[in-house]
Design a protein around this ligand. Structure first.
Ligand SMILES: Cc1ncc(COP(=O)(O)O)c(C=O)c1O
Length: 396
């Protein structure tokens, strides 16, 4: 029987008190490592996936203004029509795409968008094929939805992650309902190519599968304006869900606002599920999100410029330390590296905390194939990154 601990009291909690199939909910090694680190007063954490900068003023002001203007009542469950229009305009401006607002559903975070998508598709016993390494919460969201996950790992060849489509397609079984892909990927920074997107869409159409693409890091890219999106190659009626969020792009992790793109036929289904889930995202936060979409480009580009400098600094650091193996990072703000002589990432993570008070995320949290890796989030100031690298250097 799995036991969890109560975060406040530290007392063990038996899972048998609760829904039986929650037994499948596996412990989260990333969260456990963070908790282990918090015990140290001088901890420096690059273990969590968010930037250091607060939400920019123009977004905060938009939220105040919306509250003062009375946007404090219930809103339409899938978002105010004007905010859905704003999202549609965003796709036109940034991606050159025409996506009608009836395919754009505002949600109370990217996580909520994923949960709504999964709830709309999965029956108990269904299966999802997930490309790993992947953000652990997405695997657990499938488990909460009473389905199971088959993990198909990216390959690492000559310092680059790559997706073997034959391996992905070969993993499909009669129980498979959807393919789940995070691109750009947390934690690897891998980005799918337009050709791979087209092959996956063709395969999914042929086999009657859904594709769920998490594109939360789609704007955090270093050599273009956006990563390739499934939306650029799909037909409006394809069985495709795209998950997105304001969290990373606009420094809004604490606001809890995201969106889901689906075929128009999904609108009433998602509306019903969202209605019973939490009746949609907060009214004034939606308006803050609209301001982010309208005016957020300069802020985003400033952030990306800082993260690019950090990424380049890390590239030099890894080159100087050949005992660390770090694939290229074309996107996201994560370095996913391994220590050639320390293959146990949990032991390595604890060693970093114990010896130099540096908290990073253990690779095993991102799938069963990535136990040798460690994730470092470099969405921080240059000085904080420098301090972290000094500490890391002492242990490696
Ligand atoms: C791939 C991925 N999807 C979704 C999320 C969550 O986004 P949100 O803060 O909107 O729930 C994260 C957060 O780390 C993520 O890495």
């Amino acid at each position: 029987m799995l036991m969890n601990t109560n975060e406040t009291t530290g007392q063990p909690v038996s899972r048998t008190l609760f829904r039986k199939d929650l037994e499948y909910l596996t412990p989260n090694p990333g969260a456990e490592m963070l908790r282990y680190g918090w015990k140290k007063p001088d901890i420096l954490s690059l273990g969590q996936g968010e930037g250091c900068r607060p939400t920019p003023d123009f977004i905060v002001e938009a939220a105040y203004e919306a509250k003062r203007a009375g946007k404090t009542f219930y809103a339409p469950v899938l978002g105010f029509p004007e905010v859905r229009q704003e999202l549609s305009a965003y796709y036109r401006t940034i991606y050159g795409l025409d996506i009608s607002p009836d395919r754009l559903f505002l949600t109370g975070s990217g996580t909520t968008a994923m949960n709504l998508a999964l709830t709309s598709l999965l029956d108990a016993g269904d299966e999802i094929i997930a490309v790993t390494p992947i953000w652990k919460n997405l695997l657990s969201a499938v488990e909460v939805a009473r389905a199971s996950v088959q993990q198909v790992s990216l390959d690492l060849k000559e310092g680059q992650w790559s997706l073997d489509l034959d391996k992905l397609f070969g993993a499909v079984t009669p129980r498979t309902r959807a393919l789940l892909i995070v691109t750009p990927s947390n934690p690897t920074g891998w980005m799918i190519t337009p050709e791979e997107i087209q092959e996956i869409l063709a395969f999914a159409r042929h086999r009657g599968l859904w594709v769920i693409s998490d594109e939360v890091y789609g704007r955090i890219v270093y050599d273009r304006t956006h990563a390739p999106s499934f939306l650029e190659y799909a037909q409006p009626e394809d069985r495709l869900y795209v998950i997105n969020s304001f969290s990373k792009t606009y420094a809004m992790t604490g606001w809890r606002l995201g969106w889901l793109v689906g075929p128009a036929c999904a609108e009433p289904i998602i509306r019903d599920i969202a209605l019973y889930h939490n009746m949609g995202p907060a009214s004034f936060i939606q308006l803050a999100g609209a301001a982010a979409l309208r005016q957020g480009e300069d802020f985003l580009q400033e952030q990306v410029a800082l993260w690019r400098r950090n990424r380049d600094r890390l590239t030099v650091f890894f080159r100087e330390h050949p005992q660390l193996d770090s694939p290229d990072i074309p996107a996201t703000f994560y370095a996913f590296f391994r220590h050639r002589e320390k293959p146990d990432c949990v032991a390595f993570g604890r060693e970093l905390i114990d010896k130099v008070s540096l908290s990073l995320a253990p690779g095993i949290a991102f799938g069963k194939s990535s136990g040798g890796f460690t994730r470092l989030c470099f969405a921080c100031s240059e000085s904080k990154l420098e301090k972290a690298l000094e500490r890391l250097q002492q242990v490696i």
